[in-house]
Design a protein around this ligand. Structure first.
Ligand code: HEM
Length: 404
């Protein structure tokens, strides 16, 4: 049997703990064509250029393989603006953004900080008397999930049901799954998620609260309202994006700090370090390793290769973040790295919408962890990982601590 290629090894679960040496191999060819006709982009300059290139579409209908996958979803489910190109992408993003951050709501995210500290304090208080904790189950998961649910107005009693369907939806993007199982799971998850979110939108229309979803439902600004289908797909995008990624940034972050105890000590002495440190974690151990659904609308000449029109393109952001052509000592974790223009949140028109929220949550979680958890030590290294090579992070992170 032929030796698996570096990319096949990246997708293989056994390489989840450390795909970085494979990325080093892959960067030798900045843009490469895979056997299935798709292209892989692994270097910084080429990822950045393509993230800003209007000839690369995020709309799955431009590619027969992606379009077929979309057809497997519930009939009612519309694509979200993550999977759209301008001008429709821009209209829906603007309508959602108006309620989320500056310039219209400059205080929405910053104003959440006291509540974030309260949630994290409660979670850490819950660890009292323990000599071992699971950082994922006891902090990194419940914290951002409570925040995004409160922000959007998902009542506490609905959250466990929602988690079940989100977990299933995330399993369906695992490239290792057999296509029939993938199709079944995708249909089931999308139908249940659509029912869940439409029901929620309707409840917010009838009795609005002081939350983001109510604000989006009631908005009849100059660009008109989002339709019920658009509200459902936007609400779902925010809930799902707000679930998985920040969880992984906090768990990858604590794992990295426990592997670099000097950095943890520095953070204890200088809490302001958390700001550049969070950026460095987004570069060094990013929660989103690659952006898989892009299609070339035209032939694109790049790095001596022509990406043929119609081809699927995968942008390997995590490989770009370790490119020594852009970052000095790229494989070293440098908590106060200067000039850190990482691609952890992407770049260009799809630049992460939730970045200010994710940054603040991670800063609060790391600061409180450093301040309050006594003598933390990794109980298992590497920890067990979640299945996905795309949204990569520990499934559990057992840590021994001195009981409080
Ligand atoms: C550490 C946490 C996070 C990371 C690493 C992350 C990463 C990313 C990346 C790489 C993209 C670009 C995808 C592309 O180019 O196709 C993206 C887009 C997006 N993210 Fe995040 N994200 C995080 C947290 C969040 C949160 C908390 C939310 C919601 C509140 C969110 C909402 C979105 C949305 C709506 C988009 C699509 C933007 C667009 O298409 O215009 N993200 N994110």
């Amino acid at each position: 049997m032929a030796e698996p290629t570096p990319w096949e090894q990246v997708l293989d679960y056994s390489r989840r703990p450390d795909p970085y040496p494979l990325y080093t191999e892959l960067r030798r060819t900045p843009v490469s064509r895979l056997e299935d006709g798709s292209y892989l982009v692994t270097t910084y300059a080429e990822n950045l250029a393509l993230l800003h290139d209007p000839r690369l579409s995020s709309d799955p209908s431009h590619n027969p393989q992606f379009a077929a996958a979309m057809e497997e979803l519930s009939e009612d489910m519309q694509p979200s603006f993550l999977q759209m190109d301008p001008p429709e992408h821009d209209r829906q993003r603007r309508l959602a953004m108006r309620h989320f951050g500056p310039p219209h709501q400059p205080e929405r995210i910053a104003g959440l900080e006291p509540r974030m500290i309260e949630i994290v304090t409660g979670l850490i208080d819950g660890m009292a008397g323990k000599d071992r904790i699971d950082v994922v189950d006891e902090l990194a998961y419940p914290f951002p999930v409570s925040v995004i649910c409160e922000l959007l107005g998902v009542p506490p009693e609905d959250r466990s049901e929602f988690r079940k369907w989100v977990d299933l939806a995330i399993e369906t993007i695992d490239p290792g799954l057999d296509p029939e199982t993938q199709q079944e799971k995708r249909k089931e998850a999308s139908t249940e998620l659509f029912n869940f979110i439409s029901n929620l939108v309707e409840r917010h229309r009838q009795s609005p609260g002081d939350d983001l979803l109510s604000a989006m439902v009631a908005d009849d600004g100059s660009e008109g309202r989002l339709s019920t289908g658009e509200l459902a797909s936007t609400g779902l995008l925010l809930l799902i994006a707000g679930h998985e990624t920040t969880v992984n940034l906090i768990s990858n972050g604590i794992l990295t700090l426990l592997r670099h105890p000097q950095a943890l000590d520095r953070l204890r002495q200088d809490p302001e370090l958390v700001i550049p440190m969070t950026e460095e974690l987004l570069r060094f151990e990013p929660p989103v390793h690659f952006v898989p659904i892009r299609t070339a609308l035209d032939d694109i000449e790049i790095a001596g290769t022509t990406i043929a029109a119609g081809s699927p393109v995968t942008l390997v952001l995590a490989a770009a973040n370790r490119d020594p052509g852009r970052f000095a000592e790229a494989d070293r974790f440098i908590p106060d790295r200067p000039d850190n223009q990482h691609l952890g949140f992407g770049s260009g028109i799809h630049l992460c919408f939730g970045a200010p929220l994710a940054r603040l949550e991670t800063q609060v979680a790391l600061t409180e962890f450093a301040r309050r958890i006594r003598n933390p030590r990794l109980a298992e290294d590497p920890p067990p990982y979640r299945p996905s090579p795309i949204l990569r992070g520990p499934l559990h992170l057992p840590v021994d601590i001195d009981p409080d």
